[in-house]
Design a protein. Structure first.
Length: 91
């Protein structure tokens, strides 16, 4: 359901973060194959899955072998966005 994904994948120097669009530049669907959804406790609406990226197009985000840095930044910004958003106020 997303137009892009931040994924962690093994690169030559170690685990790295990649930006992977759902569609390639020419309009074809990127080579993302979902193998299975994982069972989760708690937030089931935010699914986790096992994925194959054979032949997929992606761009590295940040330095190679520093996967946690851009991932942590994205999580922090998402949490701030959710906290600062308009929420229903009681009566």
């Amino acid at each position: 359901m997303c137009d892009a994904f931040l994924v962690l994948a093994q690169a030559d120097e170690g685990l790295s973060c990649f930006f992977m669009p759902r569609f390639c530049a020419e309009g074809s669907v990127n080579a993302i194959r979902f193998q299975r959804l994982k069972d989760k406790l708690g937030n089931r609406s935010n699914a986790s899955s096992e994925v194959e990226f054979g032949g997929a197009y992606a761009m590295r985000v940040g330095d190679e072998a520093r996967a946690s840095a851009p991932s942590c930044q994205m999580v922090q910004l998402t949490r701030q966005d959710c906290a600062g958003g308009d929420s229903p106020r009681p009566g």
